[in-house]
Design a protein around this ligand. Structure first.
Ligand code: C2E
Ligand code: CA
Ligand code: CA
Length: 390
């Protein structure tokens, strides 16, 4: 007996007869509570009316290599559906498409994408490709070139089921992913295991420090959504928000402008975390330099940034401006600017060979300002949370 519920012949016929179609599951922005994108998920509508989910046919397609044909057949259908959804809802959404590492072993799929982007059939930024962490790792070297080529054509890449594939941090460092999708397993176990909850939050924090965004999937209950709303993840996805929907139901969902709870606190927290992290890194570098000058003044100088460039600065002068009327927000600008001035002073005094006493004074001044910034952010967060509860 075959290990699969369907045969390759049946699957082949289904593709020929156009029995495969997409369902769409919305991704919701934690910041706005609105639908910010969607993931296209395959369904097989059999002639007997049964609807098969991908688990019954994708594993066979993967094992037989037929997946590359499915991807190539379904990609133009996706572009068609995206146009239809945009025309009906007035909303040109971000759409995520799942691909297999096998699609990146040859040139067929990248050729299709290049052609679609080149002919302006699709705006590359509106398309996102999701590829599972395990499959990336299995073919890491072979697909690297194609992954980079896709990013060069302006297509964002998302690492799916993150946390299941044992990827080293080095993979994240050298492959051009812009998003991590935290594996649903961690989210579903979140309330049973504090380790799972910690892993979700730690992944979001690590991603933020690496300049990646996170999507949290598998949100099945209001409680899970509430517990993740302030985590700093960008988007959530899951049955509590919406199950994957047939195309026309998805259009209706968009037309109804559904809204879920939203919060600015997650990004505030990420800015605070980045601030603490950068302060600690600077202290560590100064410490190492004092112990051994070969650690390099360049590293220290490279760590000095303009006040609007650090993680906190980017938030403060960007999305954080929504707190512009709050005294704690206004008050943190001065110590933050001072921190950057002191940081420059620190770099200069270390390069000039200042004695330890002088450096210690500069470090204390740095910490005094960092603490003021931190305290303002703490109060701002509490105030924002209390306002949300009203
Ligand atoms: P995935 O990419 O991780 O997609 C998410 C899966 O989780 C979907 O299952 C979705 O329906 C399900 N899901 C969403 N929210 C929740 C939730 O709150 N709780 C739970 N328990 N599940 C949730 P689906 O549609 O059955 O797809 C299964 C897998 O099949 C996908 O996992 C993906 O790996 C693969 N797949 C789907 N469409 C395609 C495709 O077009 N191409 C390829 N290569 N693979 C696909
Ligand atoms: Ca996916
Ligand atoms: Ca996933």
């Amino acid at each position: 007996m075959s290990a699969y519920p369907v045969t390759l012949d049946e699957l082949h016929n289904a593709v020929q007869r156009r029995e495969l179609e997409f369902y769409f599951q919305p991704k919701v922005s934690f910041l706005t509570g609105e639908v910010s994108g969607a993931e296209a998920l395959l369904r097989w509508r059999r002639d007997n009316g049964a609807l098969l989910e991908p688990d019954s046919f994708i594993p066979l397609a993967e094992a037989s290599g037929y997946i590359t044909t499915i991807t190539a057949e379904m990609f133009p259908r996706l572009l068609f559906d995206m146009d239809h959804i945009a025309a009906e809802s007035g909303d040109p959404l971000h759409m995520a498409f799942n691909i297999s590492a096998q699609d990146l072993l040859g040139q067929r799929f990248t050729g299709l994408v290049d052609e679609a982007v080149g002919r302006r059939r699709v705006n590359g930024e509106r398309l996102e490709l999701e590829i599972t962490e395990a499959s990336v790792l299995a073919h890491e070297e072979a697909i690297e070139h194609n992954l980079c080529a896709l990013v060069d054509s302006g297509i964002p890449l998302s690492m799916d089921d993150y946390g299941t594939g044992y990827s080293s941090l080095e993979t994240l460092e050298h492959l051009p992913f812009s998003t991590l999708k935290v594996d649903q397993g961690f989210v579903t176990r979140m309330f049973e295991s504090s380790k799972s909850a910690t892993l979700v939050k730690a992944t979001v924090a690590m991603a933020q420090m690496l300049g990646l965004k996170t999507v949290i999937e598998g949100i099945e209950t209001h409680g899970a959504y509430a517990a993740l709303l302030h985590s700093g993840g960008m988007e959530g996805q899951g049955y509590w928000l919406s199950k994957p929907l047939p195309r026309e139901d998805f259009v209706t969902l968009l037309q109804n402008r559904r809204q879920w709870p939203a919060s600015s606190v997650g990004l505030l927290r990420m800015a605070q975390l980045g601030h603490v992290w950068q302060h600690k890194m600077l202290m560590d570098m100064a410490y190492a330099y004092l112990g051994d000058e070969s650690v390099g003044a360049e590293v220290l100088h490279a760590m000095h940034m303009d006040v609007s460039e650090c993680v906190l600065g980017q938030w403060y002068y960007g999305i954080g401006q929504r707190f512009a009327g709050y005294p704690d927000f206004v008050n943190l600008e001065k110590p933050h600017r001072l921190m950057h001035l002191v940081c420059r002073l620190l770099c200069d005094s270390l390069s000039a060979g200042a004695d330890r006493g002088a450096v210690a004074d500069v470090l204390s001044e740095l910490t005094r300002n960092a603490t003021e910034v931190f305290a303002s952010l703490e109060r701002l967060e509490t105030q924002a949370l209390l306002e949300e509860l009203h």
